[in-house]
Design a protein around this ligand. Structure first.
Ligand code: GUN
Length: 282
């Protein structure tokens, strides 16, 4: 069994981004990421801090826009429009979820597709669907990069994704399909979940329930990718997979923390660099 080291792979990705950023800076271009955080969700606060820190590491400029939980839709949209118009901002990220009362879809649609480094805008989602895209969503693309880096081939494999969110589950299925996986997406209405997951050569868990995936749900030698970020009964960080119970049955498994999370951020850096290059014809 191999524990996939997301920290190590993400460090390599960020090094490459940092190298390319140096070349851009020599041409007077500094990639800039705007990060919008609305409200006081503590998990979102941590994610945003990690994203800002990564920007520093690779040499980007990052600017945080911290708005109170009672921000109106109009105020939030006006900020997005302002950022769309700024030449020094190449990527715009609004950390989700938003506080109750704010319309996430409307905010995503307001972000210029050229600056949509999360790849959440319907124009970018549609382009991914047909395989003609500039940006890929950060978590699914980060997972694909981890698989490549460990020479895990998707072609012809049974790939099972648990979870159907727009952020992870749906695009994850699409990226696995692009690499010729046979993809099944499971969700809360799925019948015989265990039967399906037990046939997975590659299993991606993006459910949001601590230690949901147990060893009797897994095929011997499976590759298990854990997107979860939960707290267990002792308040300790844990994934959607019961790591200790499952690990010896796997060929590869990602830990939490130190697996998928760092790859999400590394992909965000790649997308922001690409946005800066596209916007400057560099
Ligand atoms: N919330 C959970 N994951 C993400 C992500 O990748 N991007 C944004 N903007 N919000 C998120």
């Amino acid at each position: 069994m191999t524990i996939i080291d997301g920290k190590k792979v993400s460090a390599l990705v960020k090094e490459q981004v940092a190298e390319e950023t140096k070349l851009l800076k020599a041409k007077g271009i500094i990639p800039g990421l705007a990060v919008i955080l609305v409200g006081d969700d503590p998990a979102s606060r941590v994610y945003v801090n990690n994203k800002k820190k990564a920007c520093e590491e690779v040499g980007f400029k990052s600017e945080e826009f911290k708005l109170p939980a009672d921000t109106t839709q109009e105020e939030l949209l006006n900020l997005v429009y302002e950022l769309n118009d700024r030449n020094d901002i190449n990527g715009i990220l609004c950390q989700l979820p938003l506080p109750k009362g704010l319309d996430e879809n409307a905010v995503i649609e307001a972000i210029s597709p050229l600056k949509d480094v999360d790849a959440f805008h319907k124009q970018n989602v549609g382009r991914i669907m047909i395989g003609d895209y500039d940006f890929l969503p950060c978590t699914p693309a980060g997972i694909m990069e981890m698989l490549h880096s460990y020479d895990i081939d998707v072609d012809g494999k049974n790939c099972v994704v648990i979870g159907r969110s727009n952020i992870v589950g749906k695009p994850m299925g699409m990226l696995l399909l692009h690499e010729n996986g046979t993809v099944t997406i499971c969700h809360s209405h799925t019948k015989n979940l265990k039967e399906i997951t037990s046939k997975a050569d590659i299993l991606v868990a993006a459910i949001g329930v601590a230690k949901f995936v147990k060893s009797d749900m897994i095929k011997d030698g499976a590759v298990v990718i854990d997107v979860g970020m939960n707290r267990d009964e002792n308040g300790k960080l844990c994934g959607d997979v019961d790591f200790e119970e499952v690990k010896d049955k796997c060929s590869f498994i990602t830990p939490v923390p130190g697996g998928v999370g760092p790859m999400t951020i590394a992909t965000l850096m790649k997308n922001t660099l690409k946005a800066a290059k596209l916007q400057n014809n560099a």
